[in-house]
Design a protein around this ligand. Structure first.
Ligand code: AMP
Length: 212
């Protein structure tokens, strides 16, 4: 299954992509995680991305398209993949088409803006890619990742003002992708629920028709 996850920042794409990845044994490619790692390591990629991410804006297309090309050409993706956070604009979707990448289904997780701002204040993440919420999806031990034992942290771009900018960016540049993929008949939508497990149940049900 070649899958794209769409949704506002904080809609739960990262969390659901972990669940989908575990169920279908396909890797998740999260451009945001890749960029944060590059920033942490101080690489050229990180330097190119940092100011945009701090402002809640999209990193330039050529940067993220380069990342996607590299990952999708790896063997790990040959039996399917989840794209979490890419494409985020029509030009990025067109670049994916131009690469000849076939997409089976685009799953959009819908959450109202008011909820997003509230949720982001409780988000805690790990450098391994795992994502938690202090109320809705807490780790077993406070502040510690269940998966790898590292300390959790608050993303710099989860500050309220930046979240508002990220939402504006989402509505202006990413949301039009819903029509782009709906016109091909491959868009499915689920309403993001408060409880992670409830959203996961809806997600699995929505994906069932696309199982190989
Ligand atoms: P995320 O972890 O998906 O919320 O992404 C965090 C930030 O990384 C975004 O606000 C953007 O600045 C940047 N980013 C991630 N994916 C992309 C993309 N496909 N295109 C442009 N910028 C991206």
């Amino acid at each position: 299954m070649n899958l794209i996850l769409l949704g506002a920042p904080g809609a739960g794409k990262g969390t659901q992509s972990e669940r989908i990845s575990a169920k279908y044994h396909i890797p998740a490619i999260a451009t945001g995680d890749i960029l944060r790692k590059a920033i942490g390591e101080g690489t050229e990629l990180g330097k190119a991305a940092k100011s945009y991410m701090d402002a809640g804006k999209l990193v330039p297309d050529e940067v993220v398209i380069g990342i996607i090309k590299e990952y999708l050409s790896s063997d790990a993706c040959k039996n399917g993949f989840i794209l979490d956070g890419f494409p985020r604009s029509i030009p990025q979707a067109e670049a994916l088409d131009a690469m000849g990448v076939h997409i089976d289904v685009v799953l959009s997780i819908e959450v109202a803006d008011e909820k997003i701002v509230e949720r982001m204040s409780g988000r805690r993440v790990c450098s391994c890619g795992a994502s938690y919420h202090v109320v809705y999806n807490p780790p077993k031990t406070e502040g510690v990742c269940d998966k790898c034992g590292a300390n959790l942290y608050i993303r710099a771009d989860d500050a309220e003002e930046t979240v508002k900018n990220r939402l504006k960016t989402f509505h202006a540049q990413t949301e039009p992708l819903k029509d782009y993929y709906a016109s091909r008949g491959i868009l499915v939508t689920v309403q993001g629920q408060e409880e992670v497990a409830d959203t996961t149940a809806l997600v699995f049900r929505a994906l069932r028709p696309f199982e190989a």
